[in-house]
Structure formats: structure tokens, C-alpha cells
Design a protein around this ligand. Structure first.
Ligand SMILES: *Cc1c(COP(=O)(O)O)cnc(C)c1O
Length: 385
């Protein structure tokens, strides 16, 4: 087992984030198998969903992944350093100020309007180059992309006039995580029309959830993100991915409080018994959302359960409000020797990422991409290469 330590000094950090690159690689292999005969890319936008492009991308390259998606050109530049020969698609597209950067770093823009196609074509012809690009088509999300009609008309009339070399046509599912949602089939049918019109170009529709919707959704290339990182790709929490991260918080103090006293800001929670409290050095400034507080935050009127930690073989409820740098847990029932170990699990084998997200009224994606830079980061890899 190889361990790479980055981030905060392990002797000083208030929390430690462990990232299992072996599990991440296994998740990509699993998704690549499920994607066949389509190829499987990896979405590594937002610094690989917060887990770190510099560590995540080599693990994926090692499995044979050679196509990546990011949101922004600067993410593409960071990725280019880790993956000199990979195809790098940039989802949020190109504009006047960024076009030169795309050409220099050999990034492939996903073009989302006729104007953007025009712009890319102009920049390429100025340099006398045909440079690869993708076209995004909106099939129902109303986020980015040409309309289906625009894409079909472009194919018939204008494509030859443009100095573009189209390598991928793509769209994005709005409801892929709800397998029974009728929107999925509508989007697939619309995209099928486009893919047929551009039959000489690779096509791509499925994100993580799309891979689980069946063969008809695979097209030529799949684009999983969250499932690589161990998140659920379905609204009901299913999908058999291996967990990738654990988050542990350092106990900075254990204190005793009496029944009837209150805890944390707003004196929002009154103790109903004599309580032993573990105070840990992680708070909302570390991306541990305040909305996961046990009491005293609006979301608790909708979702009664707040966050839990795990220590000494049992779940312990978070108590009071989460603060910027500190969070409190009721550890009255935890044996003393377990407390002396010094750490409480916030996310990991006993508190799944998606469950921790749900308790805070959010999704695994947001939780992952919010984890700050105050953690010690430990990248574990069973592969010695
Ligand atoms: C983020 C994103 C993905 C990856 O989605 P997951 O749900 O994380 O698998 C794929 N395609 C596009 C266009 C995206 O924005």
C-alpha cells in the first residue's frame, strides 16, 4: 500500500480526508465494463469533485482512461500537466478571451450555441488550423447547448463552411438519477435523432446515472463523475460503487455537561440527560455543512434527523449547531478507550457520503466539492506503480 500525504500537516490538522485511489480505479473499471461497447471517460471538473486532479488523474490513466471532462479551461490546464496526451473536453465552452488558451493547451471546447461555433471557427481559421471541438445539444435541461433543430440544421447547411473539426456530439440528462422518469426517454429519443444526423461523429449522453439506464443510453462515450468518487448515481441511493473517501475529525476536548444545560450557538439544544460531549476540530468552514446541525437550523423542520458521527463501534448524534471550526457530538455511551483514540468518523465506512449529504439537506456532489483545504489528505493506493 502506497500512501501519499498532502494538504495540512498531519500533526496539526483538525481533520483528515482519506482518499482510496484503489477504490476509485475499481469504480472506473466497473463503469467502463458497464459502458461497453461504448468508451468510458472520466469527469474531473472542480478538481476531481474536490478530491484532487493531481492524484486522481494518474490513477485513472493507469487504468487506461484517456478522455476527460472539466468545466473550465484552467482546470484543463491543470489536467494537461497530469495527462499530456489525453483528450480534454471543457464543458463550459469558449469565449473571446479564452480561445487562445484552448489552442495553446490543446483543450477541446464543448460549443453550446451557433455563436460559439462561429467564434471557435474564426479563431481556428485565423491560425489556419482545424482544431477539435464538441457540440453540446440541449435535449430538455435548458442549461447549455444548441436546440435539436439548430443542431440538425447546422449539420445540413452550415457545417462545411466552418473551420471546425467536430469530434463529439453530446447532451446531458436532467433526471438520470430517477430511472422511472419519463424525461429520460424523451431526452434519449431527441438525442438519438441528433446522433443519427451526425453518424460520423462520436456521441455521448450518459453521466454516471445514465450508465445504469440501459444500453440505449450508452452511445459511443460515457461521462461518469460522481460514481467514480463513490457517490450514489440514483436518487434512491442505489448503485454498487465502492466508497472512496473517509473524513475523520480530531477530538480537541471531551467535557461533561449536566441535564438541563444547553449546547452551542443559540442555546438551541437543551440536554435531556447528563452528557459527555466530544468537541471536534471540523466545522462549516471545512465544508461540513451547518445545515447538518441537530437543531436550530431551518432544514430540521423538513428533515428531522441531523448529522451523526461514528466512534467506538457506535453512531453518536451531533448536538447543537455546527460552528465554523468546531462541532459537538454526544459521546455519553462511548467507552473511554475509544475516545482516547482521538478521532470521530464524519464520513466513511459507517457514515456513507450520501447519507451525510442527506442529513444536511444536500447531495454527495455538493458535500464532496465543498470539503476545504484545511484537511490532511491521505491518498491510499494499493498499486505500487
Ligand atoms: C458533471 C457532468 C457530468 C458528470 O455527471 P455525474 O452525475 O457526476 O456522473 C457529465 N456530463 C456533464 C455535461 C456534466 O456537467
Amino acid at each position: 500500500m502506497k500512501l501519499v500525504q498532502t494538504g495540512a500537516d498531519p500533526r496539526l490538522a483538525g481533520g483528515r480526508l482519506t482518499i482510496d485511489l484503489t477504490a476509485l480505479a475499481a469504480n472506473w473499471r466497473d463503469l467502463a465494463d458497464r459502458s461497453r461497447p461504448a468508451n468510458c471517460a472520466a469527469v474531473v471538473k472542480a478538481d476531481a469533485y474536490g478530491l484532487g486532479i493531481a492524484q486522481v488523474v494518474p490513477a485513472l490513466l493507469n487504468e487506461g482512461c484517456d478522455t476527460f471532462f472539466v468545466a473550465l479551461p484552467e482546470e484543463g490546464i491543470a489536467l494537461r500537466k497530469a495527462a499530456p496526451r489525453a483528450d480534454i473536453f471543457v464543458l463550459n465552452g469558449v469565449h473571446e478571451m479564452s480561445a487562445a488558451t484552448f489552442i495553446e493547451a490543446n483543450l477541446i471546447p464543448v460549443l453550446s450555441s451557433l455563436g460559439e461555433i462561429e467564434l471557435w471557427s474564426r479563431h481556428c481559421s485565423r491560425r489556419g488550423l482545424h482544431r477539435p471541438c464538441a457540440i453540446g445539444v440541449d435535449t430538455g435541461m435548458n442549461r447549455l447547448g444548441l436546440t435539436v433543430e439548430e443542431a440538425l440544421a447546422f449539420r445540413q447547411r452550415n457545417m462545411a463552411e466552418h473551420m471546425v473539426s467536430l469530434v463529439l456530439i453530446m447532451s446531458h440528462l436532467a433526471c438520470g438519477d430517477e430511472p422511472g422518469h419519463p424525461m429520460n426517454e424523451r431526452q434519449r429519443e431527441s438525442f438519438q435523432r441528433v446522433a443519427e444526423a451526425f453518424s460520423d461523429v462520436d456521441s455521448s449522453l450518459a453521466n454516471s446515472a445514465g450508465i445504469f439506464l440501459g444500453r440505449d443510453y450508452l452511445f459511443d462515450l460515457t461521462r461518469p463523475g460522481i460514481a467514480l468518487y463513490g457517490g450514489s448515481a440514483a436518487a434512491d441511493g442505489s448503485t454498487p460503487m465502492r466508497p472512496v473517501i473517509s473524513l475523520d475529525a480530531r477530538i480537541v476536548q471531551v467535557r461533561q455537561a449536566s441535564k438541563g444545560e444547553t449546547v452551542s450557538y443559540g442555546a438551541a439544544q437543551t440536554l435531556t440527560r447528563d452528557t459527555r460531549i466530544a468537541v471536534v476540530s471540523v466545522g462549516y468552514a471545512d465544508g461540513y455543512p451547518r445545515s447538518g446541525s441537530r437543531v436550530g437550523v431551518p432544514i430540521r423542520s423538513v428533515l428531522p434527523e441531523g448529522q451523526y458521527g461514528f466512534i467506538g463501534g457506535r453512531r453518536v448524534p451531533l448536538i447543537g449547531r455546527i460552528t465554523m471550526d468546531l462541532t459537538l457530538f454526544d459521546v455519553t455511551d462511548v467507552p473511554q478507550d475509544a475516545l482516547e483514540n482521538g478521532w470521530i468518523e464524519l464520513i466513511g465506512p459507517n457514515i456513507p457520503l450520501d447519507e451525510a449529504a442527506r442529513a444536511a439537506g444536500t447531495i454527495g456532489y455538493e458535500l464532496l466539492t465543498s470539503l476545504g483545504d484545511r484537511y490532511e489528505r491521505r491518498y491510499m493506493n494499493a498499486d505500487e506503480n
